[in-house]
Design a protein around this ligand. Structure first.
Ligand SMILES: *Cc1c(COP(=O)(O)O)cnc(C)c1O
Length: 441
């Protein structure tokens, strides 16, 4: 029997609305969250039994049960009919030990959670499968929804377009003109989304999509819609599950609109309340210095003022007025979470350093890796502690930036770790000479 889940106000925990209602905020303006009947879930199984139950689903299984998200469906959308699920095989992404990089930084255990190894190349797939599945359910039940809309810094629109196309639901994506990578732009175009490049920044797109979705014929897919958080939170559960249910000491995660860090905490709190774990890791939310309203708030008694975000290589987190800031700040304060920032030079070099050890990192992952470098250099990470970096997107989505780094073509930045293609005559001697130079250099 499915347990109950419903919307309620995220801060006050008040109110109760059906998940089938088209509603994004409480009457007082607070964001919503999906509440689960944890008592009923506890009555079904104790913590160890939940671990076993979810582990069993990960054995090479039949989709969608084997999806990283839907394998936890009792804690995601317990009442959604299985036939309405729209899955593209999201989640269950590799958790990879970065041994050489960790050693260089003086860390005993550095791990990278590769959320970019996913259908559309970013963690946004985790939330979008949940949102689009619920919309699919509502449309099949007769709700008069024309389509689903989002504002995006690139990855949200890619995920929305793919899941909507798979379900046969029209998608409308609002992106800031000329501010997302070419690889990100071609994704919604290929998936036949109505792709609108607007002459504004992300915050401008966000304001517009909120106005557009007021009349409810267009359903809102941004992470202020708490359905997305329900999918994204599973990454926290998945990481701990991949460690055999051992909780790491640290998780570093890049943050922009701050839905993802809020999701991480929600997942962790819920599995703690269900008895699967007994403590939380220390979470460090990492921002680009050019778009750092949370970092400023952290140093200003958690008072968060919107800013105009400046350009950053980490374009997916170029956000000055994060929509989930209250949720994120409340959770960070509750658990002693930390906030770090990285300059453009630091994030670019952190990417290159990780890549040199076999990674292929996106600039947002670079922000988190740069924060790890800072913490390691300052001696804040003790011997034996396990550090996880959440890599939010695949490096291939940001080939333009990575290429520019290695061509030393990033304006105003050095590229101490640049590597370049070598043009040679096709002779064995020339190749051996080049190999020797490469090894020496
Ligand atoms: C969306 C996104 C983020 C930031 O997540 P928020 O929920 O907006 O904080 C980070 N990295 C990448 C690659 C993203 O697409």
């Amino acid at each position: 029997m499915a347990t109950d889940a419903w919307f309620r106000a995220a801060a006050s925990k008040q109110g109760r609305w059906s998940l089938d209602e088209i509603i994004y905020r409480a009457p007082d303006g607070d964001l919503l969250e999906v509440a689960h009947d944890l008592e009923a879930l506890r009555a079904l199984r104790d913590g160890p039994a939940w671990r076993q139950h979810w582990d069993a689903r990960l054995a090479p299984g039949v989709p969608p049960a084997s999806s990283g998200v839907w394998s936890k469906r009792e804690l995601v959308l317990p009442q959604l009919p299985a036939a309405d699920i729209v899955s593209l095989g999201e989640g269950n992404t590799p958790l990879v030990q970065a041994t050489g990089l960790g050693r260089d930084l003086g860390l005993d255990e550095l791990w990278i959670k590769q959320c970019g190894t996913s259908h559309t190349g970013s963690f946004k797939d985790l939330g979008m499968t949940v949102l689009v599945s619920q919309v699919n359910h509502m449309i099949r039940s007769g709700a008069p929804i024309l389509g689903v809309a989002c504002a995006s810094t690139g990855d949200t629109s890619a995920a929305l377009a793919a899941y909507c196309a798979a379900a046969g639901i029209p998608a409308v994506v609002l992106i800031p003109a000329d501010k997302i990578s070419p690889a990100q732009l071609v994704q919604p175009i290929s998936n036949h989304a109505l792709t609108l490049a607007l002459e504004t920044d992300f915050d401008g797109c966000m304001r517009l999509v909120q106005q557009l979705t007021e009349d409810r014929r267009l359903y809102l897919a941004n992470s202020m819609n708490s359905l997305r958080v329900e999918g994204q939170k599973t990454v926290a559960i998945e990481i701990i599950q991949q460690f055999g249910w051992e909780v790491p000491q640290w998780i570093f995660i890049p943050g922009g609109n701050l839905g993802n860090v809020s999701a991480l905490y929600k997942g962790l709190e819920e599995i703690r309340d269900l008895g699967l774990i007994d403590r939380l890791p220390t979470i460090v939310c990492c921002q680009a210095e050019a778009a750092n309203p949370l970092y400023r708030a952290y140093h200003n008694d958690w008072r968060c003022e919107p800013i105009t975000a400046a350009p950053t290589l980490a374009s997916a987190i170029r956000i000055g007025d994060p929509v989930s800031r209250d949720k994120a700040i409340a959770a960070l304060r509750r658990h002693g979470g930390l906030v770090a920032q990285a300059s453009e030079q630091q994030l670019a070099d952190a990417c290159a350093r990780a890549d040199r050890h076999g990674q292929f990192t996106c600039p947002h992952t670079g922000v988190a890796l740069a924060a790890v470098e800072q913490f390691a250099a300052a001696g804040r990470i003790a011997r034996g502690e396990r550090v996880v970096v959440i890599s939010t997107a695949h490096g291939l989505k940001f080939n333009n930036i990575k290429t520019a780094y290695h061509e030393r073509a990033l304006a105003g930045l050095d590229a101490p770790l640049a590597n370049q293609a070598v043009r040679l005559e096709a002779s064995p001697q020339a190749v051996y000479d080049a190999v020797e130079r490469h090894i020496a250099g």
